[in-house]
Write a protein that binds this ligand. Structure first.
Ligand code: FE2
Ligand code: FE2
Length: 280
């Protein structure tokens, strides 16, 4: 059995989304969710619901008027945004463990993911993009594949070390060379099984090769950029963190200036602290 086969098996066996998430996903195209349905949703997971409200009232959304119930959140924010809040919370707890293969300590991946999500969202605001919440979600999910690949990377430590001594290739290219799949494809595989839709799946799939994507280009450029910014700030670099190809295209194509990147990085640091406590 090849590494790729084994990793595909892990993708298929990766835990499903929590029930609250799954139910909301089912209501995404239904603007008239009724009271009874909402009550049933809260019963699934009152702890998660409480955290959704905390997040909804945090810097994440910057809402002025306090949102005090899931129902109010659905009315005020819409099902899609609430779904993305729930998903962010559900996924965050999975990003906490240490990943020895990548040389990441406990919470390193979580911090890198939140940093990337917030920075991407800040840049999306500068660019006045419409779907800033989806940008946050993709940022948070972009390295989910690291969870699956970590034990395989750890098992092949010597081979990875040798590759980087002899060649100057990007880390995800090395993953493909050794394992037959990279963490971007593995992460996208999980999200595809979760049926999160092509925008989120593509955002994760192409975050290291933004020029290869055939759609959602703006979103993918933003995630790539925020990810690279995060690594250049030393957030979640691990052993191999700086070994990535940084595409110059996103900055040019999005029309961003150096000041924009600096502004986004400084705002991100402030928001990061509050979000880290709420998200776990
Ligand atoms: Fe990545
Ligand atoms: Fe990343």
């Amino acid at each position: 059995m090849t590494y790729r086969d084994r990793i595909e098996e892990h993708i298929a066996n990766f835990p499903k989304m929590p029930p609250l998430c799954q139910s909301l996903l089912g209501y995404l195209d239904d603007p008239d969710v009724d009271f009874k349905t909402i009550r049933n949703l809260v019963q699934y997971d009152p702890g998660l619901t409480a955290n959704v409200l905390k997040l909804a009232n945090s810097v994440y959304l910057g809402t002025v008027q306090e949102i005090s119930s899931l129902q109010a959140a659905l009315v005020r924010l819409g099902t899609r945004r609430v779904f993305e809040l729930v998903l962010s919370l559900a996924v965050s707890t999975r990003l906490v463990p240490a990943l020895p293969g990548y040389g990441l300590e406990a919470r390193d991946l979580l911090r890198h993911s939140i940093w990337t999500a917030v920075a991407a969202q800040e840049l999306a605001r500068i660019l006045q993009m419409k779907n800033v919440d989806t940008v946050f979600t993709v940022g948070l999910l972009h390295d989910l594949g690291l969870l699956l690949l970590d034990p395989f990377i750890a098992g092949e430590r010597d081979r990875f070390t040798l590759i980087f001594e002899e060649q100057s290739i990007s880390f995800n290219t090395a993953e493909r060379e050794v394992l037959g799949i990279d963490h971007a494809e593995a992460g996208a595989g999980i999200l595809e099984l979760w049926q999160l839709g092509p925008e989120i799946v593509s955002g994760v799939r192409w975050h290291h090769e933004p020029a290869e994507a055939s759609c959602f280009q703006e979103l993918i450029y933003l995630i790539h950029l925020a990810d690279m910014l995060s690594l250049s700030e030393g957030i979640g670099t691990g052993i191999y963190g700086l070994q990535y190809n940084v595409s110059a295209e996103p900055v040019r194509a999005l029309g961003l200036k150096k000041e924009h990147l600096e502004y986004a990085a400084s705002k991100t640091l402030d928001k990061m602290r509050e979000l880290e406590t709420i998200l776990t």
